[in-house]
Ligand binder design. Structure first.
Ligand code: NDP
Length: 248
């Protein structure tokens, strides 16, 4: 028996990278998957076909996590299609790295709006449902950059540290309702986000990682699946690094 059979998961930013790997990993465990995309409609359609091969229900929803009303609509559309929601994964995120003295206000706001406010928007949209049903699981994607500072990432680090604070407070607030809130802090994972870096930077990043390689999206997805399973029922308010030892 697949452990997540009959569970419904909502994944933001499912069209690419870690989010995409999460959608596939949850479908493999039998969960019905609703995922959002913003710009990558073609990727979303391909993923939709792939997920259906696992004999689960799948739904792609176009939504910008920066928009509060669109996030409310993601939850409504998922409920209309699947009848319930058990797990929310706030994965959608962007980087706009720059030294602070060069950073324009919109580069600050866009990163904070997507990463931190997007996490608020989606969580706010689902929390009343989770409180009413007295169950739920929320997994928020932060970063090692939210734990240790990384030069040229003030906007990203601030947003990712904010996600950790948000999650710890919420975990305490809703624990008595059988709702768990956890955070994943990946190091460097081989996705478009990291592949956009130059070859030289990637080489020096690899050298700085104790296990001497980038992480894979499916490795992060497996952790996500574990945190959504009853096997992890005593874990809440935790921020778990998955970084090949980078920030150890
Ligand atoms: P990718 O750049 O590969 O994918 C980002 C995803 O987020 C896409 O599906 C994209 O959708 C979606 N997205 C971006 N902006 C929005 C928006 N405004 N509204 C809705 N969706 C949006 O990133 P990764 O897979 O690498 O990263 C996933 C998460 O993991 C992020 O939160 C990131 O910060 C975090 N992370 C990644 C690390 C890495 O090394 N890769 C390290 C640490 C953390 P679309 O393409 O449709 O626009």
């Amino acid at each position: 028996m697949k452990e997540l059979k009959k569970r419904v998961v909502v994944v933001t930013g499912g069209s690419r990278g870690i989010g995409r790997a999460c959608c596939a990993a949850f479908a493999r465990e039998g969960a019905d998957v609703a995922f959002t995309y913003n710009k990558s409609a073609e990727n979303a359609n391909t993923l939709l076909k792939e997920l259906k091969k696992y004999n689960v229900r799948a739904k792609a929803i176009k939504a910008d996590v920066r928009d509060y009303n669109e996030c409310q609509s993601v939850i409504k559309k998922t409920l209309n299609s699947f009848g319930k929601i058990d797990i929310l994964i706030n994965n959608a995120g962007i980087v706009k790295d720059k030294a602070l003295f060069m950073m324009k206000p919109d580069e600050w706001h866009d990163v904070v709006d997507t990463n931190l406010n997007g996490t608020f928007n989606m969580t706010r949209a689902v929390i009343t449902l989770f409180l009413k049903q007295k169950s739920g699981c929320i997994i928020n994607m932060s970063s090692v950059s939210g734990i240790a500072g990384i030069a040229r990432q003030t906007n990203y680090s601030a947003s990712k540290a904010g996600i950790i604070g948000f999650s710890r407070s919420l975990a305490k607030e809703v624990a008595s309702y059988n709702i768990r809130v956890n955070v994943i802090c990946p190091g460097y994972i081989e996705t478009d986000m990291v592949n956009s870096l130059s070859g030289d930077i990637k080489k020096s990043i690899k050298e700085s990682i104790p296990v001497k390689r980038l992480g894979r999206a499916d490795e992060v997805a497996q952790l996500c699946v574990f945190l959504a399973m009853d096997k992890s029922s005593y874990i809440t308010g935790e921020a778990i690094r998955i970084d090949g030892g980078l920030a150890a």
